[in-house]
Each structure stands twice: as C-alpha cells, then as structure tokens.
Design a protein around this ligand. Structure first.
Ligand SMILES: CC(C)(COP(=O)(O)O)[C@@H](O)C(=O)NCCC(=O)O
Ligand SMILES: [Mn+2]
Length: 783
C-alpha cells in the first residue's frame, strides 16, 4: 500500500470557488464563463481539447434568477438551468457547511467574533433564520428534514424600503453605513426617558433599553427633515434587528431549540447587524439561546443547488476532506476591490506591480473572486469609508477556495479527535503581533532564497516580489482581524506562507540548502554509526536521543539558528550543539523512555514505530536515521513519515528514498531494512549481493503525511499515513513545528515521544519558563 511514498490509487478531488457578482453584471459573468469554457470543465479539460463536447450541459441553480435568466444561459452558453427549490437548497447548503467546515459558525457579541465548534452528533435540530427582503424561519431536523415554522414580513426589505423613503439614501449599503454614525436615542424612547434617567431594575430593564422605537418623535414637534439620517438609519436597524432576534428566539423557545443560525443578505457580515441580533436573542433568552452566523452565509442556496447533483457523492464528505486555502485575489485597498479576479498568475503579478508602483498599500487580499455583492438582493456590497465598515465589508469576503481532498483522513491514533486541537498557543492579538514581526522580518531572506531556487531569473524576481506583497497583505489582513480566515493558529499561519510561495510557483525555496546539508551529513554518517556501535545499549540510546535533539538545530525557519550558521560549518555547528546537551533537559522523560525500551519491552519490542521526521541534512541523517536504525535493530518496523510538499528546509517523502539509499551504502542494517520495505528496488539494484545471506530484517518504509507545512494537524493526514498507523504502537514526533507549535498537548492511543529543540526565546519562556536552545524530550506512554 505504501512504498517509497508512491501512491497506488488515483486521487479524485476538486475545488469550490465562492464568487458573487451583481445581477447587473450577468453578461460579463457569462462572457467570463464562456472565455474560460468553465461550463465545459475549463479550456484545459480533456473533453474541450478533444472537441468531444456534450450538447446537453445542465447546471443546477436556485432562487428567482434560475427562472429569470434560464433563457439567457441557454442562448449564451447552451446551458440548461435545472431549477432546485430555494428552501431545500438553503437548508442543504447550511447542513453541508455545518457538517463539513470546521470553523463555519461563529457568535458575534459586542464586536467580538468567536468561532464555535459544532458537534456533528449534536447538530440537529436547529433554527435557520434567513433574513432576505422578508424573513423565513425554518426548523431543521436533519438532512432533507425541515419545516418552515414561521416568518415575518418585517425584514431586510423593510429596512431598506423605509430607510430609502426616510433618508433619501441611494443604496442599501449607504443606509447601512449611515447607521454606523447614528445615535438612536434622538429617535427612540428609552426606558430612561420614561423613568427620569433611571433603570427600571425591578423588571430588568436598564435606562438605555429601547422602550419604543421611534417613540420619542411623537412628543417632539419636529419634521422628518429635522432628524439626522444617521439616527434614523440606526433606529430602523435596531428596530428591525431586535424584532427579528425576538421572533426567532420565541420560535426557538416554542420548539425547545438552543441554536439559531442567521443568514441572508440582510446580515452579510455586517458587524453591527450581527451584534444587534445577538443582543436581542441573548436578552430575551436570558443567555439561554445563542445567535450564530455562518461564514459562507451568502452561498447557502448556491451550495445547496450544487449538492443536489447526486453524482458528486458529496453526502459522504467529512470535515477532514476539505482544506480551505486563501489565494491572492484582486488587490483590496481602502475597502474597495480593484480589478478583475486574478486567476491567472501573470495577471496577479501585474496587478500587484501596478499597485506597488502607484504607491498604494495593498491592505488586504481578497480570496479569488469577482468584486461585488449578494446575488439574492442585488444590493451592492458595502463600500467603506469609515474604519468599522471597512472590516465589515471584507468580513463578507473572507471565504477562501475549498479544496476537496478525498484522500485525507483523521489520524487513527488520536486519542480523541473531537477534542484534539493542533495548535499549542492561541494566536490572540498580542501573540499575533509578535508572529507578524517574526514572519515579516524573515520575508526578505525567504524571497532571496526563493528567487535563487528558481535560477534568479527576471521572471523569478518578479514572482518573488509579488509573493512578498501577497504574503504581507495576508499578514496585514490578519493583523486587522485575526479571525478573518476562520480560527487561525500558528500552524495555519506557517502553512499560509508555504501556500503563498506555491501560489507564485516557487516549488522548493530551500532546495540547494537541503542538498548541501544532506551531502555534508551523509559524509560523516559512517563515523557516527561506528562511534555509536562501540557503546553499550543504554549509552547508545541516550546518545541517539541527544543526537536527534542536537541535530534539530538545523532549522532555516528560526532566525536565531540562521544567524548561527554564519559562524561555522554544518559539522562544527552539529558538534557544538551536541556538546551543549546538558541534562536534565527542560522536559526530560528520557529515563522513562529508556526503561520502556530496554526493560518493559525487552522481550516484546514495539511492533511498528512511526517517526515523524523534520528537517533535511543533519537533522534527518545524523539524528532520526540512526534512531530508526536502533529501532530496527530491536526488531521494530519503522515508518518514516515526511512531508508531501516542501516547507522551509523540511525533508519530503520524495527525497527520503535517495537519502536512505545513500546511507544504506554504509550500513547493513539500514540496507536490509530498506530493501525489506521496498525502498531500494530502483536505487540499489545490483549492489545487494552481499545481503543475500543476511538475516531477515524488520522493514524500513517511507510514507508521506499529506501536508506541506512545518507543522502537522492530525485531523487531516494522507490516507497512506492513516493506513500505516494501524499497527503502530510507538510515535516519535520530531521538531518544533510538529512537536511544539502543534501537538505538544496532543494525546495518542499509543506511546508517544516528542523531541524538539526550542529555537525561539519567547516560545521557550512562554511554554516552559525556559530559554532558547532548551531541549524537550516528552514521553507519554499509554498504561
Ligand atoms: C518554522 C519552525 C516551526 C520550524 O522548526 P522545526 O519544526 O524545523 O524544528 C521554527 O523555525 C519557528 O518557529 N521559527 C520561527 C521563530 C523564530 O524565527 O524564532
Ligand atoms: Mn522543519
């Protein structure tokens, strides 16, 4: 099933792009679809190239537009729109999102957004409130099981209609924006107005509670024009949002439901609207019920229509099959999106250059998509002037591209996947500020390496600059709102950097450094192995663990380490690092591990160990390979688990067989094991005669982990790794990314050893009250 990291089955998958456009721009949209032949699978699809085009292309659609524009689609694209029921689609879209996307639902109170993890087994029933022109209140009991239980004619249309008449606003967004600067106490009769500025505490009403919306205007002898449009808009917004919140809560109460999800064009990521609705639900339920919002709320119907294709088999999709990426879309400056969607790399780079030349700072990138708005209401997206609305506007756009990767699995040895959280530290605003600086400082050097890795050509330089701007823009967006892309931890941030490099077609920025370090380390490996073989078992085990920790210093992602590399050769630094290994380490469970290995399991060695390797060069060659060899010696099968894609100087699963083949030239144990694991078939053909009579060996294998990041999220690993984990009874996680930033607190169903050198002062202080270059040897046996 897994040999040398090569797959033995095809991968099927796809990507979901979420794009909005104004109905007024439908013709431009059809031009775009036609130019790219998207309705026929794209210009690169085999059927387009071969000219074998089906005549009867059917696209599922929902909502009024599916009827209104059916003829236009047929005429312009030859596509038939198959209409799906709008309510069915809303519900199945919401169900899909809540089931398949981890950080989909969030609460919004007092300007604070918090993602809520929904337990799949405890999702139904819930109330879905769709606030469009009017309001539909739907009780959802399961997949395809729902009932419209109520509604109200006072909805988004009411706000916009009354608002337009009363303020002369030209657009919904203008009206919404006005509300940001409003003061409703000039219009609304408050409890304090009735009780002489006091609370009516006996029945729990504070002085600022609205007793009667617009009630103050009856006692004043004023005309409409005497009131500020800002105040009118805010009073209206509060009146309608509170009313929706209250009716929703009463329906939740009627059916005994605790969760209410709100969606529809009235909400569209507008912070103040969400706060007002949340306030109402919280107020009336006395904190018992919770108002929640969905990150993809503008796409429920479209998603539901897409889901209705039976052939997709999307019913079986689970959270771990979906990866959300945030590629650079159109530049986003001062609350406005500039230019077309940037699907094409060259277009992306040109736009980036244009903006930089103009001296315009790209404040935030927008996930790939066409600029604009809600499909349902036809209202424009809020164009921002004030600070608050700017982030509201972008909040509505914080949906990335969903990659469907059916080959991803949950790691089967996680003790409890439900409570597992990969990130060790929470990236709150303060923490984010620190990492923002670390990553920004590292950027120029990374760009140099990336450009050099592509031959330093003009094209590479151009891509390098564009990458730097794109990644800086992502950082700026997250600095502005850390929850902008869902719940984001350090692991996500480090992965975003790698993804961003890939987006600008940098395949492996550290390739030459990796090769150089591999060669230097392989040259001294025979001496190291010889030295180890002179030791007794106990001393050797300690030397091996020391070796892994010492060699983890070769980390091109750590600023402090990179500075060290100027001070000596690879081997000098390795020796210096080893010499400094003073026990006890900051976490030192070595004695426990030794007892387990050499006493408890003397007669019953581990059956299979999964070794999660980290960096190239000394780290893997002088650290992890000798440790693997020791386990093989004990009769344990060893699976080296490495990245599927490059990240910093991490070794990849593709690179390992060659390194092992080289190492095997100097070591019979490794050679025999690699042969048994099927790793040497090609590389060592013809030079294995001397092994013919050697005893059987436990196999050494290589498996890719499914990631392209310095960290690992065990909720989404390759299915090969999941399969290899089945018989494993020992896990060894190595490196800062995999054992500290992520998984330090993760619990597994089998024994786990976490080894890392802490190469960052702040992290050492924060996690261990320690210092940079402290070592961690954390052993967690299962009883
Ligand atoms: C990116 C890394 C997690 C890689 O560490 P590794 O897993 O290779 O041990 C680490 O280098 C890191 O956290 N660097 C940023 C902090 C710094 O420069 O101090
Ligand atoms: Mn690494």
């Amino acid at each position: 099933m897994f040999n040398g990291g090569r797959r033995s089955y095809p991968i099927l998958g796809g990507r979901l792009h979420f794009v909005k456009f104004e109905t007024g721009k439908l013709n431009e949209c059809l031009d775009f679809i036609s130019s790219k032949q998207l309705h026929r699978g794209g210009v690169d699809s085999p059927s387009w190239r071969s000219g074998a085009q089906p005549d009867d292309i059917v696209i599922k659609a929902t909502g009024g537009g599916a009827y209104k524009y059916a003829d236009l689609f047929k005429e312009r694209l030859g596509v038939s729109l198959e209409k799906e029921d709008e309510m069915d689609c809303l519900v199945s879209g919401a169900n899909f999102l809540l089931k398949a996307i981890r950080h989909e639902a969030f609460t919004h109170m007092d300007g604070h957004k918090e993602y809520v993890q929904i337990d799949q087994n405890d999702l139904f029933p819930f109330l879905l409130v769709n606030v469009g022109s009017g309001v539909s209140i739907i009780k959802v009991d399961g997949h395809g099981k729902f009932q419209r239980v109520s509604g109200t004619n006072v909805g988004g249309g009411t706000y916009w209609g009354l608002g337009r008449l009363m303020t002369k606003c030209k657009s919904f967004d203008e009206l919404l924006e006005l509300s940001q600067r409003g003061d409703n106490s000039t219009m609304d009769m408050l409890v304090g107005d009735i009780y002489g500025g006091l609370d009516y505490s006996k029945i729990g009403l504070s002085a600022s509670t609205i007793a009667s919306s617009f009630g103050k205007t009856i006692s004043e002898n004023k005309e409409l024009s005497d009131y500020r449009p800002e105040d009118i808009s805010l009073s209206l917004l509060r009146m309608i949002s509170y009313n929706i919140g209250q009716i929703s809560y009463l329906n939740a109460l009627r059916y005994g439901l605790k969760r209410i999800f709100f969606g529809g064009f009235f909400i569209r990521g507008h912070a103040y609207t969400m706060d007002t609705i949340s306030f109402a639900v919280n107020f009336w339920s006395k904190g018992e019920a919770q108002a929640m919002f969905l990150r993809h709320e503008g796409f429920l119907g479209a998603l539901g229509a897409f889901m209705s294709y039976e052939k997709h088999g999307l019913d079986d999709l689970r959270v771990h099959h979906l990866v959300e990426r945030f590629p650079m879309g159109a530049p986003y400056v001062g609350g406005k999106i500039h230019g077309p969607p940037l699907g094409d790399l060259n277009a992306k780079i040109s736009w980036m250059e244009k903006f930089v030349q103009k001296g315009t700072q790209i404040i935030a990138p927008v996930p790939m998509g066409v600029p604009a708005t809600t499909g349902m209401g036809g209202f424009e997206r809020p164009t921002s002037k004030g600070d608050i609305l700017r982030s509201d506007a972008s909040a509505a756009l914080n949906v990335g591209v969903l990659h469907l990767v059916p080959t991803l699995d949950v790691f089967p040895l996680l003790e409890d996947p439900k409570t597992y959280e990969p990130n060790t530290i929470d990236l709150d605003q303060d923490e984010f500020k620190y990492w923002f600086k670390v990553l920004s400082d590292h950027l120029p050097d990374l760009v140099d390496k990336a450009v050099a890795s592509e031959g330093g050509t003009d094209d590479a330089t151009r891509r390098g600059d564009a990458f730097a701007h794109a990644f800086s823009a992502h950082l700026a967006r997250l600095m502005e709102e850390p929850a902008a892309y869902g719940k984001f931890g350090l692991a996500n941030l480090l992965e975003l950097r790698e993804e961003c490099l890939r987006e600008f077609q940098f395949v492996d920025a550290y390739i030459s450094i990796k090769q150089r370090e591999n060669e230097a380390s392989l040259a001294v490996l025979p001496d190291l192995l010889m030295e180890l073989d002179t030791m007794n078992e106990e001393a050797r085990l300690l030397a091996l663990i020391e070796g892994v920790l010492a060699a983890n210093i070769f980390d091109w992602g750590s600023r402090a380490c990179v500075e060290l590399y100027h001070k000596g050769t690879i081997i000098e630094i390795y020796r210096m690092s080893r010499k400094k290994m003073q026990r006890p380490w900051r976490i030192d469970d070595f004695d426990m591990f030794k007892k387990r290995m050499l006493i408890d399991r003397k007669d019953q060695p581990y059956k299979r160990a999964l070794l999660f390797v980290d960096n190239s060069g000394a780290d893997v060659v002088l650290g992890m390979l000798p440790l693997a060899r020791e386990l093989l010696r004990h009769g344990t099968e060893v699976v080296l688990v490495a990245n599927s894609l490059p990240a910093l100087n991490d070794v990849t699963a593709n690179e390992l067989p060659e390194i092992i083949a080289e190492a095997s030239k100097h070591c019979g144990i490794l050679r025999k094991a690699a042969e048994a694991g099927g790793l040497l078939v090609d590389a060592m053909a013809g030079i294995q005669d001397d092994l013919k009579d050697a005893p059987e060996s436990a196999p050494l294998m290589v498996v890719e982990n499914g990631c392209g990041s310095p960290c690992i999220d065990f909720r989404q690993v390759s299915s090969e790794l999941a399969a290899a984990a089945k018989d494993a009874d020992l896990l060894i996680l190595e490196g800062m990314g995999r054992a500290l930033h992520t998984n330090l607190n993760a619990r597994f169903k089998c024994d786990a050893l976490k080894l890392a050198m802490v190469k960052n002062q702040r992290l050492a202080e924060k996690l261990f009250n320690g210092n940079i270059y402290d070592c961690i040897c954390k052993f967690e046996p299962v009883s």
